[in-house]
Design a protein around this ligand. Sequence first.
Ligand SMILES: [Zn+2]
Ligand SMILES: [Zn+2]
Length: 186
Amino acid sequence: MKRDEKPELKIKIRGLDEGVHPVEIRMDASVLELPAFSGELVVHGTLEKRQERLILDVVANMRGAFECTRCTDPFTRLISAHSRLEFMPPSLTKGDMDDEDTHVYDPIADAYIVFTEDIRDAVVLAIPMKNLCRENCKGLCQTCGKNLNREECDCLPAEIDNQWSALKGLQERLRAEENKRTDDSE
Ligand SMILES: [Zn+2]
Ligand SMILES: [Zn+2]
């Protein structure tokens, strides 16, 4: 291997026997070039060879550092991303290459299948949209900004404020109606 060669997630396929083979790759998570992830990346699962068709079915596990979407505190969590990829020679693809999980390879020329980008995409998708430091994170007070996981504050919760303004609106409407009625009776 050349020393300046970029690390990749790959499996040697030259000389691979027919059937199902276990896959276990451990390498530094920096291979994914996702700044949130560091430490060890473990990719495990199976690679199945059915004649010239290769089916890679793996789960990637690693720890990421995030910011809670509710309270903004930093925290780490284990991310697991599943990928099922197919590799086939051009003769087998028959124009169904719209599927981004299907890749073309050359069974004669290619010694390896490379899937770094597929795993990167799967990992990005596996990060929850609502990425919370804990399931019941109380978040920040919308009024004073205190982190309610660590301390309490005396602000009225936003919903109560809304209830008050709803009540005030009702009160104003009732008053207006009352004034109208008094005006009519005069
Ligand atoms: Zn939080
Ligand atoms: Zn507050």
